[in-house]
Write a protein that binds this ligand. Sequence first.
Ligand SMILES: Nc1ncnc2c1ncn2[C@@H]1O[C@H](COP(=O)(O)OP(=O)(O)OP(=O)(O)O)[C@@H](O)[C@H]1O
Length: 212
Amino acid sequence: MGNILEVKGVSKIVKGQTLLNNINLVINEPNIYGIIGRNGSGKSVLFKTIAGILLPTEGTIQVFGEPVGREAFPKDFGALLDAPGFLGHYSAFRNLKLLASIQGKVTDADLREVLTIVGLDPDDTKPVRKYSLGMKQRLGIAQAIMEKPKLLILDEPMNGLDETGVQDIRQMIQSFKEQGIAILLSSHNAEDIAVLCNTVYRMEQGQLVVST
Ligand SMILES: Nc1ncnc2c1ncn2[C@@H]1O[C@H](COP(=O)(O)OP(=O)(O)OP(=O)(O)O)[C@@H](O)[C@H]1O
């Protein structure tokens, strides 16, 4: 089987600042891969580059053997990136339905199922602007998994969650792995990383090293 993700010699330079410096990363098993690193070290920039939202200055990215790049978004891929943009006056279901309609592959029953998986009520008519931070995070995860990805990127999914929320999301991530999904996870919480991840990488000023 080919690689799930292959990042080869990727650099990102913006206005003379090197945000990513020759990143090489291969993922070929459905495990949970952690990425740690200080604020501003480049974790989110790497995730956005893999998602095809930012283009590398140099290097290539392949997801399931297909290049990611200009107008080529990764397939079988889902992501929770920072500050997911939902329409505040719509319900959770309606937000997901709107996003799902872009691809047209997800049924209403699927949407109800993912909302239930992340612990939200599919029949809740409350507008998303009235959601707590934890509920918004859950909705972000629902959006990331609704098209049944095989590679999932989660950028600090436990951000701002209480203890129960953290435990719930940890269990969810573990169950995604058990369903054969490869997960790239960033977290500032050492315990999340220790409990969940098989392999841990550290970002240091735009460079990626295997963490010991
Ligand atoms: N779209 C962009 N254009 C230019 N510079 C950017 C862009 N996005 C992020 N940066 C810069 O890239 C550097 C790395 O930011 P990034 O958000 O990847 O850090 P991070 O490791 O995710 O940090 P944190 O732990 O705080 O989330 C920062 O200096 C940031 O200002």
